[in-house]
Every structure is written in C-alpha cells, then in structure tokens.
Write a protein that binds this ligand. Sequence first.
Ligand SMILES: [Fe+2]
Length: 561
Amino acid sequence: MPIPETLTTASHGDLDLRLAHGAWPADLAGDVLFSAPMISGGSPSAIFDLGCIIRLSLSAGTHGAAPDRFAWRTRAIESPSKRIHDRAPDAFVATTVGHRSSFGPLNAANTAPLPWGDRLFVTWDAGRPVELHPGTLDFVAEVGSIDSWGPSMMGDTVLPTILTSAHPVTDRARGGMWTTKLDPVLEPTFAMAPSVVFWRPDRTDVSVWPIEGIAFNGSTHTVSHTRDWVILCDSGNFRADLGEMMGGERTVTVDDDAPVWLLRKDQVLSTPPGTPVRPVCLRVAPPNGHFYARYDDADGISMVWEGMDLLDLGLAHRADDVDLLGRPMPPTAIGLYNMAMARSTLNEIVIDPNRGVVADQVRHSDDWTFNLQLSAMDWSPAGQAAPTAHHVTYQGCRPGNVSERAAQLYRGRIERSQLTEETPASLATFRRGGLEVISRWEYGDVGDLPTSPTFVPRSGSAAGGDPGGHDGYVVQPVFNDGGFRVELFDAARVGAGPIATLRAAANECVPLMLHSAWMPTTTELVDAPRLSFADDVTDARLAGLDRPERRVVASVAEELG
Ligand SMILES: [Fe+2]
C-alpha cells in the first residue's frame, strides 16, 4: 500500500476532534501548532504551496469546540505574499522551486511554527520568518526589512527573494534569533555564499555577517546553537538543479556528507554587521535534515544529527514516473518528494570546536529506520541544557513512493534488495548520551503514516515536570485514508502504545503537514516594534510594476496598515 492518497487530496479545515480511545490526562495543557502547505493544486511541488497554521488545543471545549471536543483550527497565513497572490493570481508562474512574478516570489511560510516566549513565528527556507498573533493566528509582520537583509537574489522586488533557514534558533542569553541568508555567487561557478543573521525582537531590521570563504550548492535548513556557538551546515538533501529548472532531466544528486560551519557567538556579535566572520569548518556524514545541539557545551558540542540517508527532497514525482515495482506512480503522489532509498541513520555527534573535528560519533540504524521523518524534544531551557530523551518518527520503507527514475539516478548508491516491500512506521525514543532505544511503538497498519511528533511537558508546575524530554507526553498525528487521528503517548513509555486517541467526528482526513511545536496557550499579542509591509514598498520596488500591479500593492499596504 502506498502512502495515503489523502495527503494530497484532502483539504485543510477546522475539525472538532473526539476522544475515541483511552483517557485524556489532566496534566496536559497548551496548544500544538502545525505548519503546512495549503495543497491548493496550484504548485507542481506540494512543499512550495502557500502555508497555513493549524492549532490543536490540548484542552477540550476551547476555541468554539463542544465541552467534549478538541478544537483543530486552521488559518491560511494572510501574509503580503498571500494577499497579493489572491488579488493577482495570474501574475504568478509556478516553477519547480516556488513561484515567480513581477512582484517577486511568494513567501510560503509553510514549514515550521516557532514559538518564542509569548510570540509566535512561522518559517520557510525561502522567505523571511513571519510573525502571527498567537491568539487569532492573524498575520502580524515579517521579520526584518528588505534593506537590512541585503540584496535580494532575483532583483529588488516588493516580495523579496530571501533564502534563509526554516529553523532559526532563539537565544535567551543573547536576546535574539539566529538564522541565515544565502547569496548567489558566480565565481568560480554558480554557488551560494552563506551569511549568519541575528535579529533582536525589539528591532525592525536584522544584522547580517557574511561567512568568510564559504560557497556551496545547497541550503541551510536548520540552525542550532550552544552556549557559545552557532552551528550551520549544508542540509545536503535539497539540491536545486539548474538543468531541470530549464526543462531538462534532473542530474543533480545529494552528497554522502555535508560541510559544517561553527561560529563563535561573541566573535559574531562583536564584529560590525557586514564584515565577514571566519568559521570553524569540518564535514559530517550523512547529510541531515535536522540537528539539535545540547546547549551546555562544556564538554564539546553534542548534537543529535538526524541523517536523511539517500533522501533527495529536490526530487519530486512526475506524472510519467513508475515506482520501484514497475507500477505507475499514483496521480495523488505527483509533486510529493521521492522517499528514502536507504535506512536512515540517527547520529549523536560530539564536535571539538577548538580542533574543528568530530571527537565522537554514535550511529543507530535498523531495518525499521527508513524515512526518519521528524522528531520531538523538550525545548525548555532546562531541557535544551541537559536533554534526556529524543523521540523520532520513522515512516517505514515505502518503495511505492520511490521512482524508477530516482533509482536510476542513484544507481550504484542504493541496495534495491532493501527496497522491496512496504514496512510499517515507528515512534522510537532514544536516550541522549548514547542513543540506546529506550522504547519503540510499531504501527500495525502500513496505511498509517505518522507525521511530526511534539513533546508536551507535564503541566501543573512552573518547570513543566522533570525536564529533558522523558517526563510528559508525545503528541503524534497519524495520516490514514480511513481517517486522520492524533495519538497521545506517555513520553517515558511510547512502546506501550497510545494512551489516548483523538479522531475527527466523521473520520475526515487531513492533508500533508510539516513541522509542529508546543506552546502554552497565549491569547494576547505583545507590544513590540514591527515592520509594516508599507515600509518595504519603495519607489524602486514599484518601478518594475505596471499600473494595475501598483494598485494591488497599494491595496495590500492599505489593508495591512
Ligand atoms: Fe525542517
């Protein structure tokens, strides 16, 4: 059975979920937020569609739900991009890597929710972070003026081309958010030059420092940090293929390892913005999607490094593809990415930043570790300082979602004998500090496709229980063509199975979602200086627009004013 068809055929909307199994704990509070592309059908690659935010309330009877129902509420991100697109949809041309128009590209803001204290942001790799009202989920502002981010890759347009990170990291000690910016360079060949970016939440501009001597051909999907270091790397599993963008066959493949760049925070912040900063460089295998450093770096930089072995996110299914078993690719899978062609490796790495080397690396893989999807951890300061447990969702082996075209492109690097049957998904808990499997739940039905898990600390105490990731709950949404459900696990015993399950009242389905995050229930928008859309609308940026297009911009600026 291939992955659920409803990943691309269902629609996002509001649901009132009912408790279908188990007992809902009393010490569970707050909201779980999910980012997702709207799956409008208007983009050849589902992951480039304009985003929405979804909020699951962990307390029954809130946000208009009946006393025994849990509110699942969906809001489109009403950003300037979305508002301009709504007014002038024909101006936008969908491409294999997003949209282009005379206004500029769309900031899809569809990848990850980022709570920061009582403020809420959503992120994307190819656009500025976007702030939302934590109560109403309305659009509030984009982060940092276009001028402060610096030159826009495709010209100075009202909607800028800003390649950044979908996972900025917030830094309590330094009072800001670390992220990245990528700028194209043409010498000696076309490549991306990364900068490190810092944003203080009381400012409407960002500070940008080029990273000295680095040019590469990938993306910086994740940013992580310790007390003293910011950690960046080439995510390695998304490669834009210029030949494919020009209409040719895809020939670019992902690498077997990735460069890592370490930047000392004090060095960056004491350097005038715009002045290059020198990184510590090393390489780590395999390429990853996500990595998470322990904040305490007294014994080196300890990171969970979530390998995405032979998973190529830039390789999307086409209508003329067949799967590894020779069957036509289902129409509902067109535009989704080609799934993993090897077992995923979870790694725990210790880097010695002074020597710039990997001092220790523990690897875990097994026959059930295909398609490492996403993970859950305790994001509290104490949990980041001394993590105890890391919860990882694996989607299982899915040869029905690997194309023969991909297998040919990766000929010699894959073992087809490992890719012959669908295997079930798992939720596994690993011990931080060795990666032993503490507990694992295996799904009984290959039609189940779990997506982003979220750790929720126990409520009822200021510290949220015992920090680290083992004391609390894991919220695990599960796609299935028979109906969407949300499972709740005891974080100390995921192998015992869900302790409670929520389902939609009429077994409705929910389409593709990406990252999730937990946030205490917050209803008020804090006062802070914020960028307005009109601030970014300069004469130079209007110069490339015709009169009706300028009216569109003026109308959006007035609406957001
Ligand atoms: Fe991500």
